[in-house]
Design a protein around this ligand. Structure first.
Ligand code: NAD
Length: 493
């Protein structure tokens, strides 16, 4: 069986305790590789390396333009290794190969974008209100960034942190999810080849419950960039608060996808399907609450069920497969328990709701695309994140009603609005409490577009021009050029 190693200080190393965790392929059910089960000593070694590298001239002598050159080389290496990285995520995580090829084509764009931005972050000379002072600002990196990622799209989520963070001159300790580590450790091999000095990027694998506190509690970590559930995020944020670390928190969602009666029905049905069933619903931005205006409620559901009933589940390596397996056993159990919960709360099942076991799928962790209608926003299926292929359909009467239902959620990551009326679209986009609002589309992302959550969906944003500043701090320098002794409290003026 293939065995992966931690990547610390520019070398692949076994974990201190020589302990390993199996990683299962959710399509075949077989353990296909082993990853390090690191302990606190490994965690300390990774932070040591990142901290040393941050202070070393090997890294600090790279100016912003030169860091841009490294990021471009890294982008090219990702493109060169795209197919093998994509296949590893399919094997480890059950992602569809079609989705992964798309992601791997797009991931280099983030590195190119922030490579170009690295040397365009300018401080300013301040028109200061005092005589004989030259006062200016400049932006400096924060130091060691701890990037903690979720299992659903390990490389993409990491890219959103690494590209701006490295462009800004920070060093990294990366802790991928124990359920999907392999692609990040393969990715690690590219940093040395791109020319990054040892220790600038380190990857440590293992259980969050075993090494998480050692990493998040290390006072040498300046920032934590976290993607994961709100419950883990809360704990990580509490740890960060102890010594005032910077944080970016990308957490869960229960996003409303809202269809008005005047919408183009074909487009809205396609958007509702991709909103919840792309990636098997295992995405933070899933449009898991479908709000339908009453005049179209029954007909829309009928057409939606007919369209989803023919979805092809199966081998994620097959280009024609539309829905892959659930990525890991705990998540599979959780999705099934959420389906039970929806039944118990009185929602009406109109599609799916069971494990899927046809053909080769019987070995894997498949759940049928599932749709519940007659859901009220108070039911648990409308309030809790499932992170799986389960859609809750809720009726609404008016714009006012749609806003009230959509915003009545602890989350605020994203929302979709389907209408031909641009007045409705604009008013809704202003009134929805969500970090991203898509109108007549769903799921579009870009390196140019900030992404992140309102309310309990997170703190801060990722991607876009401004987000490089989330990895920088401002220094103000005052230079006095006058003859007098400035600011001496013992001189009477
Ligand atoms: P999770 O919270 O279980 O784990 C996330 C990461 O935290 C993993 O690497 C895990 O090992 C680590 N971790 C666990 N305990 C820790 C601790 N005590 N200290 C430090 N780290 C610890 O989440 P998950 O199941 O991997 O991912 C699914 C969640 O991620 C969903 O809620 C989803 O919405 C969210 N997500 C959000 C976004 C976004 O951009 N907003 C994107 C993808 C996923």
């Amino acid at each position: 069986m293939q065995r992966y190693l931690n990547y610390i200080d520019g070398a692949f190393v076994a974990p201190d305790s020589n302990a390993w965790l199996p990683s299962a392929n959710p399509y075949t059910g077989e353990n296909w590789c082993e990853i390090p089960r690191s302990n606190e000593r490994d965690a300390r070694a990774a932070v040591d390396a990142a901290s040393r590298a941050f202070r070393s001239s090997a890294w600090s002598s790279f100016n912003a333009s030169q860091r841009g050159v490294l990021l471009r080389r890294l982008a090219d290496l990702i493109t060169e290794h795209a197919e093998s990285l994509a296949c590893t995520e399919v094997r480890d995580n059950g992602k569809l190969i079609t989705e992964m090829r798309g992601q791997l084509r797009y991931i280099p764009e983030w590195f190119h974008y922030y490579a170009g931005l690295a040397d365009k972050i300018e401080g300013s000379v301040l028109p200061i209100d005092k005589q004989d002072y030259l006062t200016f600002t400049r932006y400096e990196p924060l130091g060691v960034v701890l990037a903690i990622t979720a299992w659903n799209s390990p490389l993409l989520l990491l890219t959103w942190k690494l590209a701006p963070g490295l462009a800004a001159g920070n060093t990294f300790v990366i802790k991928p999810s124990e359920y999907a580590t392999a692609s990040t450790l393969e990715f690690a091999a590219l940093f040395g080849r791109a020319g990054f000095p040892p220790g600038v990027v380190n990857v440590i694998s293992g259980y969050g419950s075993e090494i998480g506190d050692a990493l998040t509690g290390d006072s040498r970590v300046a920032k934590i960039a976290f993607t994961g559930s709100d419950s883990t995020g809360r704990r990580v944020n509490e740890q960060a608060a102890r010594d005032f670390k910077h944080v970016t928190m990308e957490l869960g969602g229960k996003s409303p996808n809202i269809v008005f009666a005047d919408a183009n029905a074909d487009q809205a049905i396609a958007g509702a399907i991709s909103g919840i069933f792309a990636a098997g619903g295992q995405t933070c931005m899933a449009g898991s609450r479908l709000l339908l205006q009453e005049p179209i409620y029954d007909e829309f559901i009928r057409r939606l069920v007919a369209a989803c009933g023919v979805a092809k589940l199966g081998d994620p390596m097959d280009d024609t497969t539309q829905v892959g397996p659930i990525a890991n056993r705990p998540q599979y159990d959780r999705v099934l328990s959420c389906i039970e919960m929806a039944h118990a709360d009185g929602a009406t099942l109109v599609l799916g709701g069971r494990p899927y076991t046809e053909g080769n799928a019987k070995r894997g962790l498949f759940i049928e695309p599932t749709i519940f209608r007659d859901v009220s926003n108070e039911m648990r299926i409308a309030r809790q994140e499932v992170f799986g292929p389960v859609l809750a359909v809720i009726p609404f009467t008016s714009e006012e009603d749609a806003v009230a239902i959509a915003n009545d959620s602890p989350y605020g990551l994203a929302a979709g609005v389907w209408t031909k009326d641009m007045g409705t679209a604009l008013r809704m986009s202003q009134r929805l409490e969500a970090g991203t609002v898509w109108v007549n589309s769903y799921r579009a992302v870009s390196y140019l577009a900030p992404f992140g959550g309102y309310k309990q969906s997170g703190i801060g944003r990722e991607s876009g021009y401004e987000m490089i500043k989330a990895y920088l701090q401002t220094k103000t320098t005052w230079i006095y050029s006058g003859e007098a002794c400035p600011d001496n409290p013992f001189v009477m003026r």
